[in-house]
Design a protein around this ligand. Sequence first.
Ligand code: DX5
Ligand code: ZN
Length: 229
Amino acid sequence: ASGCKIGPSILNSDLASLGAECLRMLDSGADYLHLDAPCSSGRHFVPNITFGHPVVESLRKQLGQDPFFDMHMMVSRPEQWVKPMAVAGANQYTFHLEATENPGALIKDIRENGMKVGLAIKPGTTVEYLAPWANQIDMALVMTVEPGFGGQKFMEDMMPKVKEVFGSGVHWLRTQFPSLDIEVDGGVGPDTIHKCAEAGANMIVSGSAIMRSEDPRSVINLLRNVCSE
Ligand code: DX5
Ligand code: ZN
């Protein structure tokens, strides 16, 4: 895809140095920051917990207005954090289709709060469920691991879903909605970026492959170059 953007996921970074880690990523050429906000409260959407809107607010203060914050809300009841995240300085609010009974109302609320809308599906959810919302969202996130933790193995069998969203499959979402962004998240790095690029993803989340590298800039550049080929 042309104009691929690379968004490091800081889930696997040293969370006690979050601001510095984000700065390190931005200095290394990150196009945006993918901020994972998993939460184990309520109906246990994922078995992990990181941080909430107070931390996002602090990051915004420290990093200034420019960096794009893509909030990956791996939470049950995503409705409750829309306003707090908007106030804290989030740019995009990505929620899981599986976590809400009323995606339409949530999409509307996110927009009214001035954020872009991302809609995520877990590996077990097909594109069929996402398709009805495609005309109302900015980004479709096709998870390439079970959400919750960084450092898991890339699920190549998710690529047909990306292709469907991109337009070569039955749903042709990208064809109908050319401005729709398609993000992949989970196990993406130099070894797996080719598959994602070929399938048509244009927003690339990469956690451990970038964070654990001694030269994050070269990994980010490599991912962007392969994806934009
Ligand atoms: C997984 C998270 C991802 C994760 C990616 O639940 O949504 O954003 O941090 O990390 P890697 O690239 O290490 O799989
Ligand atoms: Zn994520």
